[in-house]
Design a protein around this ligand. Structure first.
Ligand SMILES: [Zn+2]
Length: 448
Protein backbone atom coordinates (compact mmCIF):
# COMPACT_ATOMS: atom_id res chain seq x y z
CA UNK A 1 0.00 0.00 0.00
CA UNK A 2 1.49 3.36 -1.01
CA UNK A 3 1.98 6.24 1.35
CA UNK A 4 -0.92 8.12 -0.21
CA UNK A 5 -3.42 5.43 0.78
CA UNK A 6 -2.35 5.09 4.40
CA UNK A 7 -5.56 6.79 5.40
CA UNK A 8 -9.05 6.29 4.09
CA UNK A 9 -11.99 8.58 4.62
CA UNK A 10 -15.55 7.36 5.08
CA UNK A 11 -18.33 9.89 4.51
CA UNK A 12 -21.61 9.35 6.32
CA UNK A 13 -24.89 11.22 6.45
CA UNK A 14 -26.40 9.36 9.43
CA UNK A 15 -24.06 7.85 12.03
CA UNK A 16 -24.96 6.28 15.38
CA UNK A 17 -23.21 7.85 18.37
CA UNK A 18 -23.28 4.98 20.87
CA UNK A 19 -22.30 7.21 23.80
CA UNK A 20 -24.99 9.83 23.22
CA UNK A 21 -27.46 7.21 21.95
CA UNK A 22 -28.46 9.27 18.93
CA UNK A 23 -27.78 9.63 15.23
CA UNK A 24 -25.56 12.48 14.08
CA UNK A 25 -25.51 13.94 10.58
CA UNK A 26 -22.78 14.55 8.00
CA UNK A 27 -19.81 13.08 9.84
CA UNK A 28 -16.69 11.95 8.00
CA UNK A 29 -14.35 9.37 9.53
CA UNK A 30 -10.62 9.26 8.84
CA UNK A 31 -9.10 5.82 9.28
CA UNK A 32 -5.48 4.87 9.70
CA UNK A 33 -5.24 1.67 7.68
CA UNK A 34 -2.01 0.61 9.32
CA UNK A 35 -3.37 0.58 12.88
CA UNK A 36 -6.97 -0.19 11.96
CA UNK A 37 -7.99 2.67 14.22
CA UNK A 38 -10.03 5.79 13.60
CA UNK A 39 -7.62 8.71 13.39
CA UNK A 40 -10.19 11.48 13.37
CA UNK A 41 -13.83 12.34 12.82
CA UNK A 42 -15.24 15.68 11.69
CA UNK A 43 -18.56 17.17 10.77
CA UNK A 44 -18.66 18.40 7.20
CA UNK A 45 -19.82 21.90 6.48
CA UNK A 46 -22.38 22.91 3.90
CA UNK A 47 -19.89 22.46 1.11
CA UNK A 48 -20.90 19.61 -1.13
CA UNK A 49 -18.35 16.87 -1.70
CA UNK A 50 -16.91 17.15 -5.19
CA UNK A 51 -17.07 14.24 -7.62
CA UNK A 52 -13.27 14.27 -7.69
CA UNK A 53 -13.13 13.83 -3.96
CA UNK A 54 -15.66 11.03 -3.99
CA UNK A 55 -13.99 9.03 -6.74
CA UNK A 56 -10.62 8.85 -4.97
CA UNK A 57 -9.57 5.29 -4.10
CA UNK A 58 -9.10 6.26 -0.46
CA UNK A 59 -12.70 7.47 -0.11
CA UNK A 60 -15.79 5.47 0.80
CA UNK A 61 -19.15 7.12 0.41
CA UNK A 62 -21.77 5.77 2.81
CA UNK A 63 -24.04 8.80 2.57
CA UNK A 64 -27.66 7.83 2.18
CA UNK A 65 -27.16 4.77 4.36
CA UNK A 66 -27.40 4.37 8.12
CA UNK A 67 -23.97 3.76 9.66
CA UNK A 68 -23.25 2.22 13.04
CA UNK A 69 -20.23 0.92 14.91
CA UNK A 70 -19.60 -2.77 14.15
CA UNK A 71 -21.95 -4.94 16.18
CA UNK A 72 -20.83 -6.96 19.19
CA UNK A 73 -22.43 -10.27 20.15
CA UNK A 74 -21.69 -10.56 23.86
CA UNK A 75 -22.50 -14.25 24.25
CA UNK A 76 -21.67 -16.72 21.52
CA UNK A 77 -20.45 -20.26 20.96
CA UNK A 78 -18.69 -20.37 17.61
CA UNK A 79 -18.38 -24.16 17.70
CA UNK A 80 -22.13 -24.74 18.09
CA UNK A 81 -24.81 -24.79 15.43
CA UNK A 82 -28.59 -24.73 15.97
CA UNK A 83 -29.87 -27.17 18.57
CA UNK A 84 -32.97 -27.44 16.42
CA UNK A 85 -30.81 -29.33 13.89
CA UNK A 86 -28.57 -31.35 16.24
CA UNK A 87 -29.00 -31.44 20.03
CA UNK A 88 -26.06 -30.02 22.00
CA UNK A 89 -25.26 -33.43 23.49
CA UNK A 90 -24.67 -34.90 20.04
CA UNK A 91 -22.67 -31.89 18.85
CA UNK A 92 -20.35 -32.12 21.85
CA UNK A 93 -20.15 -35.89 22.09
CA UNK A 94 -20.50 -37.18 18.55
CA UNK A 95 -19.27 -34.60 16.02
CA UNK A 96 -15.59 -34.78 15.12
CA UNK A 97 -13.28 -31.94 16.04
CA UNK A 98 -12.63 -31.39 12.34
CA UNK A 99 -16.34 -31.04 11.58
CA UNK A 100 -16.79 -28.61 14.42
CA UNK A 101 -13.86 -26.46 13.33
CA UNK A 102 -14.98 -26.42 9.70
CA UNK A 103 -18.45 -25.40 10.84
CA UNK A 104 -16.93 -22.67 13.01
CA UNK A 105 -15.06 -21.31 9.99
CA UNK A 106 -18.40 -20.94 8.21
CA UNK A 107 -20.01 -19.45 11.33
CA UNK A 108 -17.29 -16.82 11.62
CA UNK A 109 -17.81 -15.76 8.02
CA UNK A 110 -21.60 -15.62 8.48
CA UNK A 111 -21.23 -13.49 11.60
CA UNK A 112 -18.95 -10.97 9.95
CA UNK A 113 -21.23 -10.88 6.94
CA UNK A 114 -24.11 -10.02 9.29
CA UNK A 115 -22.20 -7.02 10.66
CA UNK A 116 -20.77 -8.65 13.79
CA UNK A 117 -17.20 -7.45 14.11
CA UNK A 118 -16.74 -8.78 17.67
CA UNK A 119 -17.65 -12.08 19.29
CA UNK A 120 -17.40 -12.71 23.02
CA UNK A 121 -17.24 -16.47 22.78
CA UNK A 122 -18.04 -18.11 26.10
CA UNK A 123 -16.82 -21.65 25.89
CA UNK A 124 -16.03 -24.31 23.31
CA UNK A 125 -18.51 -26.84 24.73
CA UNK A 126 -16.34 -29.90 24.50
CA UNK A 127 -13.57 -28.70 22.21
CA UNK A 128 -10.99 -27.87 24.85
CA UNK A 129 -9.02 -24.71 24.15
CA UNK A 130 -9.65 -24.75 20.39
CA UNK A 131 -11.25 -21.30 20.54
CA UNK A 132 -7.92 -19.69 21.43
CA UNK A 133 -6.32 -21.24 18.35
CA UNK A 134 -9.31 -20.30 16.21
CA UNK A 135 -9.14 -16.69 17.42
CA UNK A 136 -5.50 -16.60 16.42
CA UNK A 137 -6.25 -17.77 12.86
CA UNK A 138 -8.59 -14.79 12.49
CA UNK A 139 -6.06 -12.43 14.01
CA UNK A 140 -3.42 -13.77 11.62
CA UNK A 141 -5.67 -13.06 8.65
CA UNK A 142 -6.04 -16.71 7.63
CA UNK A 143 -9.82 -16.68 7.68
CA UNK A 144 -12.40 -13.88 7.97
CA UNK A 145 -14.35 -13.53 11.17
CA UNK A 146 -15.23 -11.27 14.06
CA UNK A 147 -12.59 -10.14 16.55
CA UNK A 148 -12.85 -12.88 19.15
CA UNK A 149 -12.54 -12.82 22.91
CA UNK A 150 -12.60 -16.39 24.16
CA UNK A 151 -13.11 -18.24 27.43
CA UNK A 152 -11.60 -21.63 26.44
CA UNK A 153 -13.16 -24.13 28.86
CA UNK A 154 -15.56 -22.88 31.48
CA UNK A 155 -14.92 -23.62 35.14
CA UNK A 156 -17.42 -25.75 37.04
CA UNK A 157 -17.19 -27.75 40.25
CA UNK A 158 -16.88 -31.54 40.28
CA UNK A 159 -19.83 -33.17 38.55
CA UNK A 160 -21.26 -29.73 37.83
CA UNK A 161 -21.15 -29.49 34.06
CA UNK A 162 -20.34 -32.68 32.21
CA UNK A 163 -21.82 -35.06 29.67
CA UNK A 164 -24.23 -37.50 31.23
CA UNK A 165 -22.92 -40.97 30.57
CA UNK A 166 -24.96 -43.73 32.05
CA UNK A 167 -22.41 -46.44 31.32
CA UNK A 168 -19.44 -44.56 32.69
CA UNK A 169 -18.26 -46.99 35.31
CA UNK A 170 -19.46 -50.27 33.89
CA UNK A 171 -22.51 -52.08 35.19
CA UNK A 172 -21.93 -51.40 38.87
CA UNK A 173 -20.05 -48.16 38.58
CA UNK A 174 -16.96 -49.84 40.02
CA UNK A 175 -15.38 -51.97 37.36
CA UNK A 176 -14.18 -49.63 34.65
CA UNK A 177 -15.49 -49.76 31.14
CA UNK A 178 -17.95 -47.26 29.76
CA UNK A 179 -17.27 -44.99 26.82
CA UNK A 180 -15.01 -41.98 26.63
CA UNK A 181 -16.64 -38.57 26.26
CA UNK A 182 -15.02 -35.17 25.93
CA UNK A 183 -15.12 -33.01 29.02
CA UNK A 184 -17.14 -29.83 28.68
CA UNK A 185 -15.74 -27.88 31.64
CA UNK A 186 -12.58 -27.55 33.68
CA UNK A 187 -13.65 -29.01 37.04
CA UNK A 188 -12.28 -27.34 40.17
CA UNK A 189 -13.19 -27.29 43.84
CA UNK A 190 -12.13 -25.37 46.93
CA UNK A 191 -10.54 -21.95 47.12
CA UNK A 192 -7.12 -23.15 46.03
CA UNK A 193 -8.58 -25.39 43.39
CA UNK A 194 -10.62 -22.70 41.69
CA UNK A 195 -7.70 -20.26 41.80
CA UNK A 196 -5.63 -22.87 40.01
CA UNK A 197 -8.41 -23.29 37.44
CA UNK A 198 -8.44 -19.56 36.65
CA UNK A 199 -4.68 -19.73 36.22
CA UNK A 200 -5.05 -22.73 33.88
CA UNK A 201 -7.64 -20.91 31.77
CA UNK A 202 -5.50 -17.82 31.41
CA UNK A 203 -2.51 -20.01 30.61
CA UNK A 204 -4.55 -21.74 27.91
CA UNK A 205 -5.11 -18.39 26.22
CA UNK A 206 -8.45 -17.24 27.63
CA UNK A 207 -9.26 -13.55 27.23
CA UNK A 208 -12.12 -13.88 29.65
CA UNK A 209 -12.79 -16.35 32.47
CA UNK A 210 -16.21 -17.98 32.73
CA UNK A 211 -17.55 -20.06 35.54
CA UNK A 212 -20.86 -21.74 36.27
CA UNK A 213 -22.36 -20.26 39.43
CA UNK A 214 -25.14 -22.82 39.10
CA UNK A 215 -26.32 -25.53 36.76
CA UNK A 216 -29.17 -27.98 36.36
CA UNK A 217 -26.90 -30.80 37.40
CA UNK A 218 -29.68 -32.76 39.03
CA UNK A 219 -31.06 -33.41 35.58
CA UNK A 220 -29.12 -36.61 36.15
CA UNK A 221 -32.03 -37.81 38.25
CA UNK A 222 -34.31 -37.75 35.23
CA UNK A 223 -32.10 -38.37 32.21
CA UNK A 224 -33.61 -37.81 28.79
CA UNK A 225 -33.09 -40.74 26.43
CA UNK A 226 -29.90 -40.05 24.51
CA UNK A 227 -29.56 -43.13 22.35
CA UNK A 228 -31.95 -44.91 19.97
CA UNK A 229 -34.38 -47.10 21.85
CA UNK A 230 -33.68 -45.70 25.32
CA UNK A 231 -36.97 -45.54 27.23
CA UNK A 232 -38.36 -42.24 28.50
CA UNK A 233 -38.51 -41.63 32.23
CA UNK A 234 -42.08 -42.34 33.28
CA UNK A 235 -44.10 -39.70 35.10
CA UNK A 236 -41.49 -36.94 34.61
CA UNK A 237 -41.74 -33.91 36.89
CA UNK A 238 -42.56 -30.48 35.46
CA UNK A 239 -40.18 -29.24 32.78
CA UNK A 240 -40.89 -25.59 33.56
CA UNK A 241 -37.51 -23.85 33.03
CA UNK A 242 -38.04 -21.25 35.74
CA UNK A 243 -39.95 -23.07 38.42
CA UNK A 244 -39.93 -26.72 37.36
CA UNK A 245 -38.50 -29.46 39.53
CA UNK A 246 -37.09 -31.53 36.70
CA UNK A 247 -33.90 -29.54 36.27
CA UNK A 248 -33.54 -27.36 39.35
CA UNK A 249 -30.56 -25.06 39.30
CA UNK A 250 -28.05 -26.08 41.92
CA UNK A 251 -25.26 -23.85 43.16
CA UNK A 252 -21.90 -25.16 41.99
CA UNK A 253 -19.66 -22.97 44.16
CA UNK A 254 -19.83 -21.37 47.56
CA UNK A 255 -19.21 -17.67 48.13
CA UNK A 256 -15.54 -18.11 49.06
CA UNK A 257 -14.88 -20.01 45.83
CA UNK A 258 -16.60 -17.37 43.68
CA UNK A 259 -14.71 -14.61 45.50
CA UNK A 260 -11.44 -16.44 44.88
CA UNK A 261 -12.07 -16.81 41.14
CA UNK A 262 -12.88 -13.13 40.77
CA UNK A 263 -9.80 -12.14 42.80
CA UNK A 264 -7.55 -14.35 40.69
CA UNK A 265 -8.99 -12.99 37.42
CA UNK A 266 -8.46 -9.46 38.71
CA UNK A 267 -4.81 -10.20 39.47
CA UNK A 268 -4.42 -10.97 35.78
CA UNK A 269 -6.53 -7.96 34.73
CA UNK A 270 -8.99 -10.31 33.04
CA UNK A 271 -12.76 -9.91 32.91
CA UNK A 272 -14.80 -12.72 34.43
CA UNK A 273 -18.32 -13.88 33.55
CA UNK A 274 -20.71 -16.03 35.56
CA UNK A 275 -23.36 -18.31 34.13
CA UNK A 276 -26.25 -18.05 36.61
CA UNK A 277 -29.91 -18.95 36.22
CA UNK A 278 -31.09 -18.90 39.82
CA UNK A 279 -31.46 -15.74 41.90
CA UNK A 280 -29.06 -17.26 44.48
CA UNK A 281 -26.43 -17.81 41.79
CA UNK A 282 -26.86 -14.27 40.43
CA UNK A 283 -26.63 -12.70 43.89
CA UNK A 284 -23.53 -14.63 44.94
CA UNK A 285 -21.71 -13.99 41.65
CA UNK A 286 -22.62 -10.28 41.81
CA UNK A 287 -21.32 -10.08 45.36
CA UNK A 288 -18.09 -11.71 44.25
CA UNK A 289 -17.69 -8.83 41.76
CA UNK A 290 -17.95 -10.56 38.39
CA UNK A 291 -17.86 -8.47 35.24
CA UNK A 292 -21.12 -9.93 33.96
CA UNK A 293 -24.01 -12.26 34.64
CA UNK A 294 -25.01 -14.53 31.77
CA UNK A 295 -28.70 -15.58 31.44
CA UNK A 296 -29.89 -14.61 34.93
CA UNK A 297 -33.43 -15.12 33.77
CA UNK A 298 -35.38 -16.22 36.83
CA UNK A 299 -37.49 -13.20 37.81
CA UNK A 300 -36.24 -11.83 41.12
CA UNK A 301 -36.10 -8.33 42.55
CA UNK A 302 -33.28 -9.43 44.87
CA UNK A 303 -31.19 -10.57 41.93
CA UNK A 304 -31.70 -7.24 40.14
CA UNK A 305 -30.84 -5.34 43.30
CA UNK A 306 -27.57 -7.27 43.64
CA UNK A 307 -26.60 -6.64 40.02
CA UNK A 308 -27.29 -2.94 40.38
CA UNK A 309 -25.51 -2.64 43.70
CA UNK A 310 -22.35 -4.29 42.37
CA UNK A 311 -22.57 -2.60 38.94
CA UNK A 312 -22.55 -5.90 37.11
CA UNK A 313 -23.30 -6.05 33.39
CA UNK A 314 -26.24 -8.27 32.49
CA UNK A 315 -26.39 -10.40 29.32
CA UNK A 316 -29.91 -11.88 29.37
CA UNK A 317 -29.50 -14.13 26.26
CA UNK A 318 -33.15 -13.82 25.29
CA UNK A 319 -32.69 -15.48 21.89
CA UNK A 320 -31.68 -18.85 23.28
CA UNK A 321 -34.79 -18.94 25.47
CA UNK A 322 -36.96 -18.08 22.53
CA UNK A 323 -35.24 -20.73 20.41
CA UNK A 324 -36.02 -23.39 23.02
CA UNK A 325 -39.66 -22.37 23.62
CA UNK A 326 -40.98 -25.56 22.08
CA UNK A 327 -39.28 -27.71 24.68
CA UNK A 328 -41.21 -25.89 27.41
CA UNK A 329 -44.53 -27.04 26.03
CA UNK A 330 -47.64 -25.00 26.68
CA UNK A 331 -45.83 -22.86 29.23
CA UNK A 332 -43.34 -21.57 26.65
CA UNK A 333 -45.00 -18.28 25.72
CA UNK A 334 -45.67 -17.38 29.32
CA UNK A 335 -42.05 -18.17 30.28
CA UNK A 336 -40.75 -15.88 27.55
CA UNK A 337 -43.06 -13.08 28.69
CA UNK A 338 -41.72 -13.38 32.25
CA UNK A 339 -38.11 -13.36 31.05
CA UNK A 340 -38.74 -10.30 28.85
CA UNK A 341 -40.38 -8.47 31.74
CA UNK A 342 -37.45 -9.32 34.03
CA UNK A 343 -35.07 -7.88 31.41
CA UNK A 344 -37.15 -4.71 31.18
CA UNK A 345 -37.11 -4.43 34.97
CA UNK A 346 -33.31 -4.68 34.86
CA UNK A 347 -33.22 -1.89 32.28
CA UNK A 348 -35.57 0.29 34.36
CA UNK A 349 -33.29 -0.15 37.37
CA UNK A 350 -30.36 1.19 35.34
CA UNK A 351 -28.47 -2.09 35.08
CA UNK A 352 -26.09 -2.06 32.14
CA UNK A 353 -27.32 -4.55 29.51
CA UNK A 354 -25.40 -6.09 26.64
CA UNK A 355 -26.86 -7.99 23.68
CA UNK A 356 -25.67 -11.58 23.44
CA UNK A 357 -27.96 -14.30 22.21
CA UNK A 358 -26.08 -17.48 23.22
CA UNK A 359 -25.64 -17.53 19.47
CA UNK A 360 -24.78 -20.96 18.16
CA UNK A 361 -27.75 -22.52 19.92
CA UNK A 362 -29.47 -20.78 17.01
CA UNK A 363 -27.78 -19.80 13.75
CA UNK A 364 -24.72 -17.57 13.54
CA UNK A 365 -25.76 -14.76 11.21
CA UNK A 366 -29.15 -14.48 12.93
CA UNK A 367 -27.56 -12.57 15.83
CA UNK A 368 -29.80 -9.52 15.36
CA UNK A 369 -32.67 -11.52 16.86
CA UNK A 370 -31.36 -10.52 20.30
CA UNK A 371 -31.83 -6.83 19.45
CA UNK A 372 -35.37 -7.49 18.29
CA UNK A 373 -36.15 -9.29 21.55
CA UNK A 374 -34.67 -6.41 23.58
CA UNK A 375 -37.11 -4.16 21.71
CA UNK A 376 -39.92 -6.64 22.36
CA UNK A 377 -39.10 -6.41 26.06
CA UNK A 378 -39.83 -2.68 25.81
CA UNK A 379 -36.27 -1.31 25.75
CA UNK A 380 -36.03 1.82 23.55
CA UNK A 381 -34.21 1.31 20.24
CA UNK A 382 -31.32 3.74 21.00
CA UNK A 383 -30.58 1.80 24.19
CA UNK A 384 -30.74 -1.48 22.30
CA UNK A 385 -28.20 -0.17 19.78
CA UNK A 386 -25.93 0.87 22.64
CA UNK A 387 -26.32 -2.59 24.21
CA UNK A 388 -25.21 -4.12 20.90
CA UNK A 389 -22.16 -1.88 20.46
CA UNK A 390 -20.57 0.09 23.32
CA UNK A 391 -21.91 -2.19 26.06
CA UNK A 392 -20.47 -5.09 24.11
CA UNK A 393 -17.05 -3.53 24.53
CA UNK A 394 -17.61 -2.98 28.23
CA UNK A 395 -18.60 -6.60 28.76
CA UNK A 396 -15.43 -7.72 26.97
CA UNK A 397 -13.60 -5.94 29.78
CA UNK A 398 -13.52 -2.40 28.38
CA UNK A 399 -9.94 -1.17 28.39
CA UNK A 400 -8.82 -4.47 29.92
CA UNK A 401 -9.41 -6.11 26.54
CA UNK A 402 -6.71 -4.07 24.84
CA UNK A 403 -8.71 -2.45 22.05
CA UNK A 404 -11.54 0.01 21.96
CA UNK A 405 -14.54 -0.77 19.77
CA UNK A 406 -18.29 -0.19 19.69
CA UNK A 407 -18.01 3.57 19.27
CA UNK A 408 -16.94 5.79 16.39
CA UNK A 409 -14.27 8.21 17.58
CA UNK A 410 -10.53 8.86 17.40
CA UNK A 411 -8.54 6.00 18.91
CA UNK A 412 -11.36 3.46 18.55
CA UNK A 413 -11.23 0.50 16.16
CA UNK A 414 -12.45 1.27 12.66
CA UNK A 415 -15.40 -1.14 12.80
CA UNK A 416 -18.36 0.10 10.76
CA UNK A 417 -21.56 -1.35 9.36
CA UNK A 418 -24.11 0.26 7.07
CA UNK A 419 -27.73 -0.56 6.38
CA UNK A 420 -30.52 1.11 4.49
CA UNK A 421 -33.56 2.20 6.47
CA UNK A 422 -34.05 3.47 9.98
CA UNK A 423 -33.24 1.09 12.86
CA UNK A 424 -35.02 3.42 15.29
CA UNK A 425 -38.25 2.53 13.50
CA UNK A 426 -37.43 -1.11 12.91
CA UNK A 427 -34.35 -2.91 14.25
CA UNK A 428 -35.07 -5.55 11.61
CA UNK A 429 -33.29 -3.36 9.02
CA UNK A 430 -30.07 -4.57 10.66
CA UNK A 431 -30.79 -8.00 9.20
CA UNK A 432 -29.67 -6.68 5.84
CA UNK A 433 -26.19 -5.29 6.35
CA UNK A 434 -24.77 -3.81 3.15
CA UNK A 435 -21.30 -2.80 4.28
CA UNK A 436 -18.91 -4.23 6.88
CA UNK A 437 -15.53 -2.84 7.91
CA UNK A 438 -13.44 -4.34 10.71
CA UNK A 439 -10.17 -2.78 11.85
CA UNK A 440 -10.21 -0.53 8.78
CA UNK A 441 -10.56 -3.43 6.36
CA UNK A 442 -13.66 -3.74 4.17
CA UNK A 443 -15.19 -7.23 4.25
CA UNK A 444 -18.48 -6.50 2.56
CA UNK A 445 -19.78 -3.81 0.25
CA UNK A 446 -16.47 -2.83 -1.32
CA UNK A 447 -18.35 -1.72 -4.43
CA UNK A 448 -20.20 0.97 -2.49
ZN1 LIG B 1 -23.69 -19.88 26.49
Amino acid sequence: MSESTKHITVHTSSLFDSKQKRFVNDVSIVIDVKTGLIADTFTRGDEALSQDELSRPDTIDLRGLTVLPGLVDAHTHLFLHPYADVASLHQMRDESAVERIVRATNHARAALDAGYTTYRDLGTEGLGDADAGFRDTINRGLTPGPRMFVATECIASSGGYEIRQESRGGALGCCGGGTAVPRISDPADGVDGVRAAVRRRLGAGADIVKFYADYRKRALRFPAPSWPGAPEIRFPPSAHPLYGARNPNTLLFNQAEMDAMVAEARLAHAPIAAHAHSPEGVIMAARAGVTSIEHGMTPSEDALRAMKEHDVLFVPTLSVFEASLDSYGEEGEQVLREILQHTKNAFDRGIRLACGGDTGAFAHGENVRELELFAKAGIPAPDVLKAATLRGWEVCGGDLCGRRFGYVGAGWAADLVAVSGDPLKDLGVLRNVLFVMKDGEVYKGSSI
